[in-house]
Ligand binder design. Structure first.
Ligand SMILES: [Zn+2]
Length: 97
């Protein structure tokens, strides 16, 4: 499938809280349902959520797992477009360490 047609699954990089420090947004806390994946563009470690993982499992050729930074670049290349949210986020927080 053409890259431009693949559904982007934008995932927060594991250092997202460092990147967003001082920007006044609440910290991202991965839940026990999140697992690690790698951005297909830059290889950075990202947290992939259960719904994103399910989407990727259903259609591995039609999805593109990217970190949020690469997702923004890709979105700009595509000239914008809708950004969806797969829901979720209500899981039990993963304990630090
Ligand atoms: Zn990336």
């Amino acid at each position: 499938m053409q890259r431009e047609k693949r559904v982007m699954l934008g995932c927060p990089p594991t250092n997202i809280n460092e990147l967003l420090e001082g920007m006044g947004v609440p910290p991202f806390v991965p839940t026990v349902e999140h697992s690690l994946a790698q951005c297909e563009d830059c290889g950075t470690d990202v947290w992939i959520g259960p719904n994103q993982r399910a989407a990727r499992a259903r259609a591995p050729q039609a999805t593109l797992v990217v970190c949020m930074a690469c997702g923004l670049i890709e979105q700009a290349k595509r000239g914008g477009g809708a950004v969806g949210h797969l829901g979720g986020g209500g899981g039990r927080p993963r304990l630090p360490g």
